[in-house]
Structure formats: structure tokens, C-alpha cells
Design a protein around this ligand. Structure first.
Ligand code: SF4
Length: 525
């Protein structure tokens, strides 16, 4: 019998998936040298564009306004995509964590496009990259090396990148003086982050309940554009002490936030929709961005019927201050200035929290308050050493327990990047936590960038349970107050239909509908 030829059923890979550049050289001609950027001169500032990104779009836009106010030309990188992930994997260390691959590929792809347009020399002269970094225990300390390796591979070895150390607050001066990490620079960025966090939190508390689909997103976009202008037009506020005094005492930002509140006032909501609250925790980058690096988890959860409790960047700043304070605590009796440093850090934390509280109040008190860092540390202490750095450290465990015990959420969704050592440790610690608290709904998702169905289906299983829990909680409240859903609905006043109406959350229930029902039962008091 004649043998049939083998039929190849696997289609050839699409053209764009093929390798586009040669792999990096595997042998080195000289010894390794740490990356050192060529100087960025003060006189270059006006005609050099600062590329930056890696946060959510609101924070990026407001930070852009704050930097433009200081005379910098700023361009925000687009949110990283799957294509960027593939480029990052192709050009830098293969074993790196997924945020490194995403951000490396993102930078390279943007620069490659600019190089096609302008040529490598012009790109190296006219653009610089600015990012945060550290010498941390994890890959965060090696981002620069990844970027450098990738840029060398695409012929952009003279491209300049500058790092603002997250641990030292950017004390290292940038050679050439083009970038000044001074008072107005740092304060502008911190205030941009605080205001964008407050807007983001408000937006995520509103969208799941909006009556007219798309209204929240539209108003949020307008509000962020308005705040961008507010930051871009900030008055001259002096250097260090003068700048700090102005930021703390001015009503410039609270007035702006009241205007944002006025715009959100028109968004009508129905808070009697029963939805599980899902608290996002995890590694900084994947819990912050909204896009492919975390499978667009914020939007996916909302589409599945959840209310998302996002991770504020201000909490991360508060954590970094607490971490620095711990170092001072450990040096009491060794370093004569340790107590003074600790007191200074506590003042810094107090001012950050006070500022966040001011912006929250300007938004009618609707956005969530920041959790107390020392409470998080206390909760996490039996499971995770507070001195271990990298990732979110003990805060990840502390936040999960805080959200569960204080009824802030029905479920915790932890976003863990592929190949992330600190998150692997946290997940290990969470095994002990869930052993002790078996009713804590916990969905740790490994984010590789290319295994979406696997991660989301895992999340969906826990989310199904969270939905049942939210429904049971709501029904228990109805039993308690002795009212039907129709009777509750009849008590909703026009003011309560506004997104800016604050529903008290005394801690008896996690769900918005359950809390609103309790509030309606006592006559909206
Ligand atoms: S915390 Fe994990 S994902 Fe983030 S930079 Fe460090 S190793 Fe990478």
C-alpha cells in the first residue's frame, strides 16, 4: 500500500512573531561595566524629551503635568503590550521577571520606531528615559542592566537612561544637571500620585454601579485632563522648604479636587446592585498598570460583575517610608541620629497621610482611606518578617489579612509576576495564612503575559464563591433590617443616586449594596 505523505497541520508562525534582531552576543570581549549614562546637560532640557511610564494612565498624566510645569518636555510611553513582552524576552535575560520583560520591550519598541523615523543618533540626542529603581533584593535592582542590554542589541548603546532611586529619594545627582531631583520635582510627583490615586479609587467605586454605561470613564478622563492642566500651571513655589510649605498649606489642589467632585456629581448610580468587592494586591508594577501586563484584570473583574478595590500607589510610598523607618529603628543605640531619622520619617508619613486625607475629603470622603502601615505590619508579623525587602514584602500579607478581617473586601486577588522571587515568598507565607483563615477567599494569579486563560479561569473559580458570599451577606442584611429590596429602593433619595454621596461603611459588611441597605434602614443617617 502506498504511504501517505505527512500533512503538516501546524501553520507557519506569523511574520511579526519571528525574531527581528540577532540574539545578544553570548561572549564578552571585555570585563563587565555597570551602566553609566552620558551627561544630560541643563541647556539640553528644553529640546530633549523625557520618556517615562509604568504606572496607571491617571498617575502618568498628572506626573507629566507636574514635570512640564518645571520645564521638562515629557512623553508617556504607551502601556506595554504582548508584543513588548516578546521583544523583552528576546532581547534581555530570559529568566527575568515579567515586569522587566514588559518594560524592557516597551522601551525598545518605542525607541525602535523613533529610530526608523529619525535615526539612532538623533534619538539618542533628543530623548532620555527616566525611571525609578533601587538596588533592591529583586530584579528591580537590575532593570537598568536589562534595558542597557536590549538597547545595545538594537544599536542604541549611547541612549541615556536615568534612575531616581526609590530608596534614597533620588539623592544622587544626575550628571550634567539636566534632571534635578529637587524639592519641586519630588513634591510634584508625590502630589500627582496622591491626587490620581484618589480619582482612581473614586472611579472604581462608581463604575460598577453607574446607571448610564460609559459615564464614569468619560468623567474620569475629563477630570484627569483637567487635573493635568492644574499641575502644568502650578505657580512658582520656590525650592525645598518653600515648595514643601506651599504644597502643605495651599488650597490649590483641594479646590481642584472639589471641581473634580462637582463633575462626578452628575454620574447617577444604583448602589443596590449586589457585587463582590475584590481587593487587588501583589507586585507593584502588575497591580498598578491597567493593560496586558496584568491581563487587564481591573476591567476583566468589572466585566465579570465585581467591584474592584484598586491598589493605591500612595500606599506603596507609605510602605517605603515605613521600611526606611524600620532601618532607623534597628540602628537605635548604634547610630546617634537614628531616633531623629525615625522621627523625621514618622513626620513624613504623617504628612503623606494627611495630604491624602485632605484630597479624599475634597471628594466627599468617598475614596477609601489609606490603611495604617503599622497595623499591616502587626497583622503580617506571624507570617512574614517585616525586614525582608523586595516586592511588597510583609505588606502583601498584611493587606490580605486587613481586607479580610476588617471586611474591606470579599476576596483578595494577588497578582504575582512570573519569575518573581519576592512574590514566591509571599505566596508561601499566604499558604500559612489561608491555613489559619480558611474562609479567606484568596486567588493568587501568576502573570506570565501569555497564559491569560489559565490565570483568569483560576480567578473566576474564586470569584464565583465571592459572588455567592456577597449575595448571602446582602440577604442577611435584609433579614436583619426586615425590609425587602423594593422597600429599600423606595427609600433612595435623589441625593443618594449621586456618585458623590458617601455611604458609611461601619465594618459590619464588605459589600456596597449591603452597606447601603444598612444605611437606608436607619433612614440614611
Ligand atoms: S518584585 Fe518581582 S516582579 Fe517586581 S521587579 Fe522584583 S523580581 Fe521583578
Amino acid at each position: 500500500m502506498k504511504t501517505l505523505p505527512m500533512i503538516d497541520t501546524v501553520p507557519p508562525p506569523p511574520a511579526q512573531a519571528r525574531r527581528v534582531v540577532d540574539p545578544p552576543a553570548r561572549t564578552a570581549a571585555g570585563p563587565y561595566r555597570a551602566y553609566k549614562a552620558a551627561p544630560f546637560l541643563r541647556e539640553e532640557r528644553e529640546h530633549t524629551t523625557l520618556l517615562c511610564g509604568g504606572l496607571h494612565w491617571r498617575a502618568e498624566r498628572l506626573a507629566q503635568g507636574a514635570l512640564e510645569n518645571l520645564g521638562y518636555q515629557v512623553q508617556i510611553l504607551p502601556t506595554a503590550t504582548r508584543e513588548d513582552l516578546l521583544t523583552g524576552r528576546e532581547l534581555a535575560d530570559i529568566g527575568q521577571c515579567s515586569p522587566t520583560s514588559f518594560t524592557t520591550g516597551n522601551l525598545v519598541n518605542v525607541l525602535r520606531e523613533k529610530t526608523h523615523e529619525l535615526g539612532a543618533e538623533a534619538v539618542s540626542k533628543r530623548f532620555i528615559y527616566f525611571t525609578f529603581g533601587s538596588c533592591g533584593a529583586c530584579r528591580f535592582g537590575q532593570y537598568h542592566q536589562s534595558y542597557e542590554l536590549a538597547l545595545r542589541s538594537v544599536g542604541l548603546e549611547s541612549f541615556r537612561m536615568f534612575l531616581c532611586g526609590q530608596g534614597d529619594g533620588g539623592k544622587e545627582p544626575v550628571p550634567g544637571g539636566g534632571l534635578e531631583f529637587d524639592g519641586p520635582f519630588s513634591l510634584g510627583l508625590v502630589w500627582a500620585i496622591v491626587l490620581s490615586d484618589v480619582v482612581q479609587d473614586f472611579e472604581y467605586q462608581t463604575r460598577p454601579f453607574e446607571v448610564k454605561a460609559g459615564e464614569t470613564a468619560r468623567v474620569a478622563k475629563e477630570a484627569v485632563e483637567y487635573l493635568y492642566e492644574v499641575f502644568r500651571r502650578m505657580p512658582d513655589r520656590g525650592k525645598t522648604v518653600g515648595a514643601l510649605a506651599w504644597h502643605l498649606s495651599t488650597r490649590y489642589f483641594t479646590t481642584a479636587m472639589r471641581e473634580v467632585r462637582r463633575r462626578f456629581d452628575a454620574v447617577e448610580v444604583d448602589r443596590l446592585r449586589v457585587k463582590p468587592v475584590v481587593k487587588l494586591t501583589g507586585e507593584f508594577y502588575v497591580q498598578t498598570v491597567e493593560g496586558a501586563p496584568n491581563y487587564n484584570i481591573h476591567r476583566w473583574l468589572e466585566a465579570e460583575g465585581a467591584e474592584v478595590y484598586p491598589a493605591a500607589i500612595s500606599i506603596w510610598i507609605d510602605y517605603l517610608l515605613r521600611f526606611a523607618g524600620q532601618d532607623a529603628e534597628d540602628h537605635i543605640g548604634i547610630d546617634r541620629y537614628a531616633r531623629l531619622k525615625l522621627a523625621g520619617i514618622h513626620v513624613g508619613q504623617g504628612l503623606l497621610r494627611w495630604t491624602y486625607g485632605r484630597m479624599r475629603r475634597a471628594m466627599g470622603g468617598v475614596p477609601h482611606a489609606l490603611p495604617d502601615q503599622y497595623e499591616l505590619r502587626r497583622l503580617a508579623a506571624p507570617y512574614f518578617n517585616s525586614r525582608l525587602s523586595g516586592g511588597e514584602g510583609d505588606m502583601l500579607v498584611g493587606k490580605a489579612l486587613w481586607a479580610h478581617q476588617q471586611k474591606k473586601a470579599h476576596m483578595i486577588c494577588e497578582l504575582s509576576p512570573y519569575a518573581c522571587m519576592p512574590n514566591t515568598m509571599s505566596i508561601g507565607a499566604m499558604a500559612a495564612v489561608t491555613g489559619k483563615y480558611p474562609d479567606l477567599l484568596y486567588a493568587p494569579l501568576e502573570l506570565k503575559g501569555d497564559s491569560e486563560v489559565h490565570a483568569l479561569s483560576r480567578c473566576q473559580m474564586i470569584l464565583t464563591e465571592a459572588k455567592k458570599r456577597a449575595q448571602r451577606e446582602y440577604e442577611a442584611v435584609l433579614d436583619l433590617v426586615g425590609l425587602t429590596p423594593e422597600q429599600l429602593a423606595s427609600r433612595v433619595t435623589p441625593a443618594m443616586r449621586r456618585s458623590t454621596y458617601k455611604v458609611p461603611r461601619p465594618g459590619a459588611a464588605a459589600g456596597t449594596a449591603a452597606n447601603f441597605a444598612l444605611h437606608l434602614a436607619v433612614g440614611g443617617r
